[in-house]
Structures are given as structure tokens and as C-alpha cells.
Ligand binder design. Structure first.
Ligand code: AMP
Length: 216
């Protein structure tokens, strides 16, 4: 299955994408994760993307399309994938169509969350530097031991772009550049809206229904 998770920062794309990937046996491809890894390694891509990612602006379409084309060409993505955080502009959605050739996206799941809740979630979000597990320090899932990942024992960190100024920029960028994709995919008949403001379990079950699977 080929699935796109759409939604503003903090809507749960990362959390639910990781779980869905396990359930479907397909990789979850997060352009944000790829860029953060490139920045950590200080590759050429990382150095070029660093300032944009830190401040919450979008990295250039051609750059992101190039890395997606490479990633989708790997064997594990041949039978399906979940895209998290891509596409983020109409130009990227058009580019994705070209990369996929005759293959179609089966489902676009649009995670809908009120803006004030997004800000609260992003401010309380901590991520494992080793395995990428995502925690919420105010609600759930909270780690059993402060600062330590339940899954792998790695160190939990707050993302630099989850700080208030970058959060404001990211939400504005979402409204201006990414929200138009809702109408884009609605026009193609592949979009399903999911209320993502509830508890993680409820939201995950709704996502499974939206992609036509029974919650496991
Ligand atoms: P995310 O982890 O999806 O919230 O992405 C973190 C940051 O990486 C974004 O704020 C952008 O700076 C950059 N980024 C991730 N995905 C894309 C994309 N599809 N297009 C442009 N920039 C992106």
C-alpha cells in the first residue's frame, strides 16, 4: 500500500506512521528524519538544509524531490511505503507523481488537529536521539524514566525546531504551502480526513479505518 500522511506539525504523523509501518510491513519515509540525519552527519545535503530546518522553513523542492526519488528507488519501498512529511507543496506532489510513473498513491490520510493543541503538543514533544520514538511529557506516551527512551534506552531530546519561534514559522508555512494539498488530493478522491485530536489509540484506529484496515 502507498500511503501519504498529511497534517500540520504536531498532528501525529511521526507517531502513527511508525506504528502503521510495522502493521503494514512497509517502510515509513520521513523527509524530516532524513534531513535531521544528514544534518547530524554534516553531509553536503545536511549543511545545505541546516538553516532552513532549524528555523522551520521548507527546504527547496528540488532537494527534497531528489532525496525522495533516491529513497523510493530502494528495494524495501517497491511494494509500498508510508510518506511522513512529504509532499509539503503542490510542486512536490506533482514531482511525486512523476517519480511514481504509473503507480498511484492509494490513500492520503489528513490528520486534523486544532491549532492551539498543536502548539501544546510540540512544546511537550521529546524524541529519542537513537531510535526516533516520540514522547509527550504532558500527556501520553510519557517515558517511564525521565529523559530515557522506553524502547531502546537512548537519550530523549527536544527538537530545536519545536521551540516557540520555529513552531510559529512551521505552522504558518503549513497553512501557506502545505494546506493546499488537502484540496489537491480531495480532487483526486484519495483523501480521508481523520480527527487526530483524541488519544493516540483512538486516532490510530481511525487511521486504520481510513486506509481500509481493521484496527489490530
Ligand atoms: P518534520 O520532521 O516533517 O516536521 O520536518 C522538519 C523540517 O524538515 C521541516 O520544518 C522542514 O524544514 C524540513 N522538511 C521536512 N520535510 C520537508 C519537505 N517535504 N519539504 C521541505 N522541507 C521539509
Amino acid at each position: 500500500m502507498r500511503v501519504v500522511l498529511l497534517g500540520p506539525p504536531g498532528s501525529g504523523k511521526g507517531t502513527h506512521g511508525q506504528r502503521l509501518a510495522k502493521a503494514l510491513g512497509t517502510p515509513v519515509i520521513s523527509t524530516g528524519d532524513i534531513l535531521r540525519e544528514a544534518i547530524a552527519q554534516q553531509t553536503r545535503l545536511g549543511q545545505a538544509a541546516q538553516a532552513d530546518v532549524k528555523s522551520g522553513r521548507l527546504v527547496a523542492d528540488e532537494t527534497v524531490l531528489g532525496l525522495i526519488e533516491t529513497r523510493l528507488g530502494l528495494t524495501d519501498a517497491k511494494n509500498g511505503f508510508i510518506l511522513d512529511g512529504f509532499p509539503r507543496t503542490v510542486a512536490q506532489a506533482d514531482g511525486l507523481k512523476k517519480i511514481l510513473g504509473g503507480q498511484k498513491i492509494d490513500r492520503v490520510v489528513n490528520l486534523v488537529v486544532p491549532a492551539d493543541m498543536l502548539v501544546q503538543r510540540l512544546e511537550a514533544r521529546w524524541t529519542c536521539g537513537s531510535c526516533g520514538a516520540i514522547y509527550n511529557m504532558k500527556t501520553s506516551p510519557k517515558p517511564a524514566k525521565a529523559g530515557v527512551c522506553d524502547r531502546c534506552g537512548g537519550e530523549l531530546k527536544q527538537r530545536e525546531d519545536d521551540r516557540p519561534e520555529a513552531v510559529r514559522t512551521r505552522l504558518q508555512v503549513y497553512e501557506n504551502q502545505t494546506a493546499p494539498l488537502v484540496a489537491y488530493y480531495q480532487g483526486e478522491g484519495t483523501l480521508r480526513n481523520v480527527d487526530a485530536s483524541g488519544l493516540p489509540e483512538e486516532v490510530y484506529a481511525a487511521i486504520e479505518r481510513a486506509i481500509g484496515r481493521v484496527a489490530a
